[in-house]
Design a binder for this molecule. Structure first.
Ligand code: IDP
Ligand code: MG
Length: 148
């Protein structure tokens, strides 16, 4: 079992797509571990996107992520990091195939609706940025034996 972090970014919240996107992960069989509706401050946004510090789009990205509310979610499941990245699609919505979240709902590069951790190591670090350990709920869904 693996955990991963997703962020439903401010454009997703403003476009009323929270429910539609959560439904995809629920229906895939991922298990909800933690969920938070929050507005990231600059400090959190800088830590979350530290890897992009040198990129020309960094300042714009920080403004975007802090511009409104975000939904942060931890999902758990078999190969959850890779499964979620596949479901999200490519960074650029215009190049992301239909069937992926960014392919179905977006056409922008920056305003691409959703973040997903890209490795188990980064997932652990990102989960610790957005959640307290006590926010993470371990539970046994009744249908777990069917979903796997
Ligand atoms: P990812 O979210 O698909 O992993 P990254 O390359 O890690 O993409 O970039 C982080 C975020 O920065 C993207 O999701 C997008 O919001 C934004 N971004 C990436 N590349 C560009 C760009 O070339 N221009 C503007 N924003 C970008
Ligand atoms: Mg990334």
């Amino acid at each position: 079992m693996q955990r991963t972090l997703i962020l439903l970014k401010p454009d997703c919240v403003q476009r009323h797509l929270i429910g539609a996107l959560i439904q995809r992960f629920e229906q895939k069989g991922l298990r909800l571990v933690a969920l938070k509706f929050t507005q990231a401050n600059r400090d959190l946004a800088k830590k979350h996107y530290a890897v992009h510090k040198k990129k020309p789009f960094y300042e714009s990205l920080l403004s975007f992520l802090t511009s409104g509310p975000t939904v942060a979610i931890v999902w758990e499941g078999r190969e959850a990091v890779a499964v979620v990245r596949e479901m999200i699609g490519k960074t650029d919505g215009a190049k992301s195939p239909p069937g992926t979240i960014r392919g179905d709902y977006g056409i922008s590069v920056q305003n691409n609706l959703i973040h997903g951790s890209d490795s188990a190591e980064n997932a652990a670090a990102e989960i610790a940025l957005w959640f307290q350990p006590s926010d993470l709920v371990s539970w046994q869904p009744a249908d777990m034996d069917w979903i796997g």
